[in-house]
Design a protein. Structure first.
Length: 327
């Protein structure tokens, strides 16, 4: 059964606090039960899967809201890509790098129930992740319009859970859940590969259609954690497709020609990532303006763009406003 992130936390809390008290148990006994539930529910593995989603290179960073859930997911991406492939080369080099930030807010959580008013606790929590990734690999020119790219990938991420407790049972709840379900940190190291098929075709002398189909597989290990409850090894997979239509607007920005860029994309995630997110796939449509910055004579700067996107799926929707620069 698929459980979105906020519902998963609620399930863990409800299961570990079943009975409304701690009869015949010590705090350590209850903490051991929480550890076991975390392992059974793959809690940390799902959190790590979220980080992999934040580095997905095809979709834009955005705010996501899951249908029927108070959970919100905010993602900021700063990607960079460079293809070293001259017009007469059959083989070139793809270089990729990027940094990402992710914040998951599951909403306000209430512990215990009205039958135990002395234990009632409210928890305000969030998880933040900071990641950096780099990839490199060969580009194979298949024809004038088609390229095949394969890259190896290495990434590092730091995840931090932050929570505050309030209410009559705050002290007890904190002694049970701190450093297990809340207020922990994890360092991860990832490696993997990506395969991408690129296609560029001119529709007219001035309008170009750019499309790419990509598959990525990543293996992630926790290398430092607050408690063994956060120790995990995760494999994630994702596929994505994106198409961009680029053409001139006839306008200029500070003497630089302005192009329009309209794009559409789709990403499909493996079951673990989809379960963690609360949605299995997502579509993106958007557009914006792009300045050919070479006219500004600012060294290697080639383009500056601003755009807006809408993201949606069966159980999710999101939006983003952003910009990018190219070299």
């Amino acid at each position: 059964m698929s459980r979105p992130f906020g519902s998963l936390i609620f399930l863990i809390l409800s299961t570990s606090l079943a009975g409304g008290g701690l009869p015949g148990q010590t705090i350590d006994d209850v903490r051991d039960e929480v550890r076991e539930i975390l392992r059974q529910e793959d809690y940390v593995r799902r959190v790590v899967a979220l980080v992999d989603f934040s580095t997905e290179p095809t979709l834009s960073g955005a705010r996501y809201e899951v249908d029927g859930e108070p959970t919100t997911i905010d993602i900021l991406k700063l990607p960079w890509r460079r293809d070293l492939l001259d017009a007469d080369d059959d083989v070139g080099l793809r270089l990729e790098a990027g940094v990402g930030w992710l914040r998951v807010d599951p909403g306000n959580l209430e512990l215990f129930d009205a039958s135990t008013p002395d234990l009632q606790t409210n928890v305000d929590s969030c998880i933040e992740a900071f990641s950096g990734t780099t990839s490199a690999g060969p580009i194979f020119r298949l024809s004038e319009e088609w390229n095949l790219v394969t890259v190896g990938r290495v990434a590092y991420a730091y995840l931090d859970s932050d929570a505050s407790y309030s209410g009559p049972g705050a002290q007890l709840s904190q002694s049970i859940f701190d450093r297990l379900l809340f207020n922990w940190s994890v360092h991860t190291l990832s490696y993997g590969f990506g395969v991408e098929l690129d296609h560029t075709t001119p529709l007219t002398e001035e309008i170009t259609l750019q499309s790419r189909l990509r598959f990525d597989a990543t293996w992630t290990e926790t290398i430092k954690e607050t408690d063994n409850a956060q120790k995990a090894s995760v494999e994630t997979q994702r596929g994505a497709i994106r198409a961009d239509l680029v053409g001139p607007t006839g306008w200029r920005a500070f003497d630089a020609p302005l192009d329009y860029r309209v794009h559409g994309g789709y990403a499909l995630f493996d079951n673990r990532t989809g379960t963690a997110l609360g949605f299995q796939d997502v579509f993106e449509v958007g557009g914006g303006l792009e300045a050919r910055a070479a006219a500004w004579d600012l060294g290697p700067l080639s383009r500056v763009s601003l755009g807006v996107s809408l993201l949606f799926g069966d159980d999710v929707w999101g939006y983003t406003f952003g910009g990018s620069i190219g070299f």
